[in-house]
Write a protein that binds this ligand. Sequence first.
Ligand SMILES: NC(=O)c1ccc[n+]([C@@H]2O[C@H](COP(=O)([O-])OP(=O)(O)OC[C@H]3O[C@@H](n4cnc5c(N)ncnc54)[C@H](O)[C@@H]3O)[C@@H](O)[C@H]2O)c1
Ligand SMILES: O=P(O)(O)OC[C@H](O)CO
Length: 298
Amino acid sequence: MKNNSIAVIGAGKWGQALHFALSQKQKVLITSRTKKEIENFVDLKTALECKYLIIAIPAQEIRNWLKENFVFNGQKILVASKGIEASSGKFLNEIYADFVPKKNIGFISGPSFATEVKQGLPCALVINSSSEKLFEQFSPFFPNFIKTYYSSDVIGAEVAGAYKNVLAIASGICEGLNLGKNAQASLIARGLVEMERFGKFFGAKKSTFLGLSGAGDLFLTANSTMSRNYRVGLGLASNKNIEDILKELGEVAEGIKTAEAIYNLSLQHNVYTPIANEVKHILDGKNPKDSLKDLLKH
Ligand SMILES: NC(=O)c1ccc[n+]([C@@H]2O[C@H](COP(=O)([O-])OP(=O)(O)OC[C@H]3O[C@@H](n4cnc5c(N)ncnc54)[C@H](O)[C@@H]3O)[C@@H](O)[C@H]2O)c1
Ligand SMILES: O=P(O)(O)OC[C@H](O)CO
């Protein structure tokens, strides 16, 4: 394993943006299931031989991908995905724990549209890990237009990054139904309270929800058509079915499966998650206007 060798696994929108950003300072390899015309594209075996890995594949695919492809040989890993596994209700750090020791893994969070990162626009990200050393090792790889912060609140960052995708769907629905800016601000603010309540149940710190990982990423995603999840919400508000919305999108919208995961976890643990629950019901076919009535009930 060569010192400082680094690879991105997953060449979707976020994987390519991170590859672009980190390539400003050193050579960075990249790999994906299908070969792509990107500089320094390599096969998976070569990528797995690197000392540092950034894994940017959708949350629902991670367990199988790890089972089928991953061999741990001491690599340091940054997980770039945001979501909760719907089939099990497991957080990504729990899934990775079966394959990678805790001190070798970190999770990226914070407001970061791939399109803007790929243009070299400034942004701030958090590297969340039980090991501050891991943060210190990864941080120098990032270019000068990305500021990195450290947090040990892995579960807080994970809940925030996953939950905001569900709230972005809700916010897109709000916009699509022309409910007004008062309604949208109320939804986002109550959404923040809701995600903090949910996170607290699983041991997250309140401060995480007030910073980049929580409010930062929520305000970004729930206010912009650059968000895939927000666009899913717009589609649902105009009565499109989810298959057509996804076909049009052509990329992953993690909030769909994460809504299901949060719904099931909230039932199991009796945590109050009204907005996420309504998103789940709308995805299952409930009329968004009926959801609105239910959310407004005293
Ligand atoms: N796009 C963004 O702005 C952004 C920013 C931050 C975090 N994220 C997160 O990063 C993750 C990836 O998002 P994206 O924007 O790159 O999505 P994308 O749809 O653009 O790309 C997903 C990539 O994963 C690969 N993939 C899918 N299934 C796979 C499997 N079974 N095995 C291996 N590879 C597989 C696809 O080939 C594709 O390269 C998501 O969890 C997303 O929430 C995205
Ligand atoms: O396009 P979205 O909705 O997947 O959001 C992308 C990022 O998570 C924003 O930080």
